[in-house]
Ligand binder design. Structure first.
Ligand SMILES: [Zn+2]
Length: 134
């Protein structure tokens, strides 16, 4: 197999040709000669790699696109400054309570056009559902 098409081998089942464009699924396969221009367009707003990848995903494609875009954003000081500073807080398990109905969970839902309130007791897992009339 020629070296220049080897990167596409794993995607061969999803590649098609339409109106003069090579597609991977619905994404246009960008030739090497246009990749820098596509990266520059994606990078124009300096919103970082997640935003750039979000806009590129499903619309354009080239082998290694994800790492190319990430590298571009990682090397840009403006993108780094606009990167979200908050880190994800790990999920914490809450106490279930030591007696029934000490701690409950509430939610509203709609079923067949009627609205209901559901209450769940954390201690016993007892569920109560009430139809809301007003
Ligand atoms: Zn940037």
């Amino acid at each position: 197999m020629p070296q220049r098409i080897r990167h596409y081998f794993d995607f061969r089942d999803t590649i098609s040709f339409s109106d003069g464009l090579m597609l991977k699924g619905e994404a246009v396969i960008i030739p090497k000669s246009l990749r820098n221009e596509m990266k520059a367009r994606l990078h124009k707003a300096h919103f970082g790699s997640d935003s750039m990848l979000g806009r590129a995903r499903g619309t354009i494609f080239w082998p290694g696109m994800k790492s190319d875009i990430k590298q571009l954003a990682d090397c840009c000081s403006i993108c780094q400054e606009s990167k979200p500073k908050n880190q994800n807080i790990p999920l914490m398990q809450h106490a279930e309570g030591s007696t029934p109905w000490q701690k409950i969970g509430l939610d509203l839902f709609e079923l067949n056009g009627k609205h209901y309130l559901i209450a769940v007791d954390y201690f016993s897992s007892f569920i109560e559902i009430d139809l809301l009339t007003s």
